[in-house]
Design a protein around this ligand. Structure first.
Ligand code: SF4
Length: 392
């Protein structure tokens, strides 16, 4: 069986086992995320790293190899991303080549500062998904959001991508923008959409700021606390994206609920496979993450996704099968798509998660039994400590 046939077989198994909610699946993850560095050359206003004293580190090759050996043959895509600038990692080239030779689509989020002409050429030769963080359309606002970033240089790098892509019309590489909105920069979202269209980006994804571990001065700029402002500029951004025929994904959480139609729209549009739950279900979506994807951080801790806060195991101490088929994963798969999932999933802000990214709207609708359940979970979490390695 060649590599593509192995991946096809795994995908067939995944679809069947997710549908049947199999606790000990034969499928292996189709999407693998690995944090290759926690170092960064910028200190952005919306990033917890800016407010942390922890020193960044790069992953060691042995851990990467261990993970690659367990997952690359069957996976479709790898995301070389974490809390850092991936292109800063001295082994980035090695990891990129290794992923390409395993016939994986390679994605990573970058601040764009290290996008050299030679790297852009190489990305265009492979199935690469380059997600560039762009939080401003002007140098002035860029300085507020990312003080060390040379904004004009970033725009030049993006323009170069566009020229090179035009010379490689058959390229399978994709450029997308990620935009984190705050009160300081949301008015520039339409301008960022214009920039995306000019440099050949295919999509602008607007992502809710993570409030954990931020300084109070940053937290209070979150649009969660400025809903009318968010609605005003998201509306203008929608018009701009429609006029330019550009794909725009806005964060959930700014409306009051997810109805059946919007849940179906989410399920159709997100890259991660999700199922729409039956009308009247407490959660609009059934999340596939514990079957579909896996996330490994710099220390080898394994998570079902980039949101869930408690590890399922650790790849330094355990082998992959022990974790993937272990009790924590089994419990997660058993509970995630029921009325009583883990608290981490109830609070999930991911658009493909069970809440469709709108946990507060669902908490508001909870009745007595569900409220009690959530209350007890929170009590237990506080008693154990949020960071303690627990499966709630
Ligand atoms: S519901 Fe959210 S936190 Fe839970 S596994 Fe899915 S994506 Fe992760």
């Amino acid at each position: 069986m060649n590599l593509q046939e192995t991946k096809d077989r795994n995908e067939t198994l995944f679809k069947k086992e997710f549908r049947e909610r199999t606790e000990i699946p034969q499928c292996l993850p189709m999407q693998v995320d690995i944090e290759i560095t926690t170092r960064c050359n910028l200190r952005c206003f919306t990033c917890p790293k800016t407010y942390s004293k922890e020193k960044g580190v790069h992953i060691n090759r042995e851990l990467f190899e261990r993970f690659a050996q367990a997952t690359f043959e069957t996976a479709r895509s790898v995301n070389l991303t974490g809390f850092g600038e991936p292109m800063l990692c001295p082994d980035f080239e090695y990891f990129f080549n290794k992923s390409v030779s395993a016939e994986l689509e390679v994605g990573f989020i970058t601040n764009g500062t290290l996008l050299s002409p030679s790297w852009l050429e190489r990305f265009l030769q492979a199935k690469t998904h380059v997600f560039v963080s762009v939080d401003a359309a002007t140098p002035q606002t860029s300085r507020l959001m990312r003080p060390q970033l040379d904004f004009d240089r970033l725009v030049q790098n993006l323009q170069l991508w566009n020229r090179l892509k035009a010379q490689n019309p058959d390229s399978k590489a994709h450029l997308r923008f990620n935009f984190v909105p705050t009160r300081k920069n949301v008015h520039e979202l339409p301008g960022v959409i214009e920039l995306a269209a000019k440099v050949g980006a295919e999509r602008v994804e607007v992502l809710n700021m993570r409030l954990n571990d931020l300084a109070e001065s940053a937290r209070k700029e979150s649009l969660v606390f400025h809903i009318p402002l968010a609605r005003k500029w998201f509306g203008k951004a929608r018009e701009k994206a429609e006029a330019l025929n550009l794909d725009l994904i806005l964060p959930p959480g700014f409306d009051t609920s997810v109805d059946d139609a919007s849940a179906e729209e989410i399920a159709r549009n997100v890259d991660t496979p999700v199922e729409v739950n039956l009308p009247g279900s407490k959660y609009p979506l059934a999340c596939s993450a514990p079957w579909f994807r896996i996330n490994v951080n710099i220390r080898g801790d394994v998570f079902p996704c980039c949101w869930y806060p408690f590890p399922m195991g650790n790849l330094v101490r355990e082998n992959f099968d022990q974790i993937w088929h272990g009790e924590k994963y089994r419990k997660m798969r058993r509970r995630i798509n029921t009325r009583f999932p883990h608290l981490g999933c109830k609070e999930c802000l991911m658009i493909w998660g069970i809440t469709a990214g709108m946990p507060e709207a669902i908490f508001r609708k909870e009745h007595l039994v569900d409220r009690m359940h959530t209350f007890l979970q929170k009590l237990r979490r506080n008693r154990l400590g949020f960071r303690k390695h627990s499966n709630e």
